[in-house]
Design a protein around this ligand. Structure first.
Ligand SMILES: O=C(O)CCC(=O)C(=O)O
Ligand SMILES: [Mn+2]
Length: 217
């Protein structure tokens, strides 16, 4: 047996860890393709820069966001929605890189959700202190498909609760290469990310990148 008590090196993928019915952590699942994913992120960000969106309530989000795929998630004073165009440029979002679609398909299948073909990928960038408060992903047209969420860079504390905001939340440390998948009975589970702790990641420096794949149509 290998003890990993103080070792921050991500471990290779072993098996899904079920955290709720229909919700799983695939620890280290993205490790083999992490460099390809990060280079693809750079390409997307060059065409559609990360930006801090404003919520309908007028609050500027601490997480910076952009999108790729046919649809992108946006927020402004008029509400949350998916849009085929980047409001900054008026152009279509960059297309979904093949390595994104392939990883999302494989991760969903590993979690028991076959034929996952996302049409939207929200890219989130957290710097130390950035957080995402408890929410449901409920702007998608269908709740049949799961959400697939890939963590890269600095570790974060992922909060995962139940179907009511007041339900207890469990805390999971997500590291570079980890993938979370939630669907079926957990599709509308409340979740969020605690304020990112300071740190330095060997590849990404003081940031965490999260890719969230959705079937938005
Ligand atoms: O950053 C994460 O791990 C979660 C992101 C998320 O929940 C979202 O983009 O809706
Ligand atoms: Mn979410």
């Amino acid at each position: 047996m290998t003890l990993r008590l103080f070792d921050e090196t991500p471990a290779p993928y072993v098996a899904p860890e079920v955290i709720a019915p229909g919700a799983m952590l695939l620890r280290g699942f993205a490790l083999g393709v992490d460099e390809a994913l990060l280079q693809a992120v750079e390409g997307v960000v060059a065409a559609a820069p990360l930006r801090h969106l404003v919520t309908p309530g007028g609050y500027t989000m601490s997480v910076a966001m952009t999108n790729c795929g046919a649809l992108g998630w946006v927020s402004d004073r008029s509400g949350y929605r998916y849009d085929a165009k980047d409001p900054l440029s008026g152009q279509a979002w960059p297309s979904m890189p093949a390595c994104f679609a392939e990883l999302a398909l494989r991760a969903a299948a590993e979690a028991g959700f076959d034929n996952f073909r996302p049409d939207a990928c929200l890219i989130n960038r957290y710097e130390p202190g950035a957080r995402l408060s408890l929410h449901q992903d409920k702007d998608e047209g269908s709740m049949d498909a799961p959400i697939v969420s890939v963590s890269l860079g600095l570790p974060a504390v992922f909060l995962f609760g139940g179907l009511r905001r007041s339900d207890c939340t469990a805390r999971y440390r997500l590291q570079h290469g980890d993938v979370a998948v939630w669907g079926g009975p957990s599709r509308l589970a409340y979740h969020g990310v605690a304020p990112l702790a300071k740190g330095e990641h060997a590849r990404l420096g003081a940031q965490r990148i999260n890719l969230t794949f959705r079937c938005a149509r």
